[in-house]
Design a protein around this ligand. Structure first.
Ligand SMILES: NC(=O)c1ccc[n+]([C@@H]2O[C@H](COP(=O)([O-])OP(=O)(O)OC[C@H]3O[C@@H](n4cnc5c(N)ncnc54)[C@H](O)[C@@H]3O)[C@@H](O)[C@H]2O)c1
Ligand SMILES: O=C(O)C(=O)C[C@@H](O)[C@H](O)[C@H](O)COP(=O)(O)O
Ligand SMILES: [Zn+2]
Length: 382
């Protein structure tokens, strides 16, 4: 991945620019950034801000953010939703749109997503459709949302037919990733977010994957490695998004592990108690490498190295690790058939020739996938 240079005009924090023409914005990363959020958001020139958050994050951070915005002369309101993947729903979308309209948010005003990827995707989608588009700011509070979902403008909700099937592209105006907010994040959610960090190394940066193998404990513990992992992940994602904002080509690489992962999320009924997105991605990453090895594309040793690293952090890597079961081969194939990368009825996978050597593989025959899933579900038969 090409690296975007970090700017150093505010040496306290790392700035990663996302140069998308008239939709360009900055991602700021660092400990303590939230204390400057009121002033930074106020600089966008809005008169009012509707903060969207969830019941875990709201009590920790929403009041302070609302007060900071009010101190800058903005009218602030807060809408709080239940936590978890089930909140990315039509019903929540209606709730958020109603709250934003009730708060009289005008086109020049702001929606502020304060939370993880669930809140970011939902609030971003509401911002995209209310009054046919109001601006929004991402204040991501999970590792996953800081390294992935707050960047790049994919917004949306889930459908009973599949993950993120109703949505649009709507870029934020600013992303403020305060890595100190992750100090309150449960370890299960740290691990889930870490799957998306490792993903960037697996896509096209073997050196970053090796760095992850050596430094993941520092990322979890909140050392300087955490800021470095968040900033490097944002640089990697921003570079892809700038090349291919609307996923006509290369951006699909960011979907490594997701064809399997999204199918597992649908099969587990978006029940965060059973499986969260990052866990589905971890299993999906391990499967994508084992599938690549089974097809003779990738050394088996690389697939083993991927699994060893994800397992070392405590992430699941096998279909058998899905609590309550992962369904049958037919159920998995049925769920994968709704993947957004499907073309002419055929599945597209992101496969790999090795660590850091992923590629887009369209037209994968269902029989090959069936054979692979069968061997994963029934290892004794293969
Ligand atoms: N738009 C994109 O490009 C993109 C990229 C990756 C993932 N996603 C989406 O992101 C979602 C997953 O996001 P997530 O992993 O952040 O999950 P999440 O939003 O459900 O947050 C995980 C949990 O952590 C809690 N939490 C959040 N911040 C906290 C904090 N600082 N302290 C304590 N608790 C906190 C939340 O309340 C929730 O219970 C999925 O829906 C996925 O599809 C979108
Ligand atoms: O930003 C992207 O592009 C990604 O694919 C990032 C993924 O980690 C993320 O889960 C995304 O929401 C998946 O997109 P989808 O288009 O497959 O729903
Ligand atoms: Zn993802």
């Amino acid at each position: 991945m090409t690296r975007l240079a970090a700017r150093t005009d505010d040496p306290t924090f790392i700035t990663v620019p996302v140069p998308l023409g008239d939709r360009a914005y900055d991602i700021l990363v660092g400990r303590g950034l939230i204390e400057t959020a009121g002033a930074r958001i106020a600089r966008l020139g809005a008169r009012a801000a509707a903060i969207v958050t969830d019941e875990h994050v709201g009590p920790l951070y929403a009041e302070a953010l609302a007060s900071a915005l009010e101190a800058q002369g903005l009218r602030a309101s807060v809408v709080t939703l239940p936590p978890g993947e089930a909140t990315k729903s039509y019903a929540s979308l209606e709730r958020v749109c109603d709250a934003v309209l009730a708060a009289r948010i005008e086109r020049g005003d702001l929606v502020v997503a304060l939370g993880g990827g669930v809140i970011g995707d939902l609030a971003g989608f509401a911002a995209a459709v209310v009054r046919r588009g109001v601006r929004f700011v991402q204040v991501p509070t999970t590792l996953l949302s800081q390294v992935d979902s707050s960047v790049g403008g994919k917004t949306g909700i889930n459908s009973r037919h599949g993950k993120n099937l109703v949505g649009t592209f709507h870029q934020p105006s600013l992303v403020l990733a305060d890595t100190a907010l992750l100090d309150t994040l449960p370890v299960r959610e740290m691990r889930a977010g870490y799957a998306e960090v490792a993903k960037y190394g697996l896509i096209d940066d073997e050196r970053f994957f090796s760095w992850c193998e050596a430094n993941w404990q520092g990322v979890f513990a909140g050392g300087p490695e955490r800021d470095e992992a968040v900033a490097q992940s944002c640089r990697a994602k921003a570079a892809v998004v700038v090349r291919d904002e609307h996923e006509n080509g290369d951006r699909a690489l960011l979907n490594l592990g997701h064809t399997f992962g999204h199918a597992l999320e649908r099969i587990t009924a978006y029940d965060s108690a059973r499986l969260v997105h990052g866990e589905g991605v971890a299993i999906g990453l391990a499967l994508a490498f084992r599938f690549s090895a089974a097809l003779g594309l990738c050394p088996a040793a690389d697939a083993e190295r991927v699994e060893a690293h994800l397992s070392a952090t405590g992430l699941p890597t096998r279909l058998a690790h899905v609590p309550g079961g992962c369904g049958t081969v037919d159920e998995l194939l049925d769920a994968m058939a709704q993947d957004k990368k499907v073309k002419g009825g055929a599945l597209t996978f992101i496969l790999a020739r090795g660590i850091g050597q992923s590629f887009i593989a369209p037209g994968i025959e269902a029989d090959k996938v069936r054979g692979f899933l069968d061997s994963e579900l029934n290892p004794s038969r293969s």
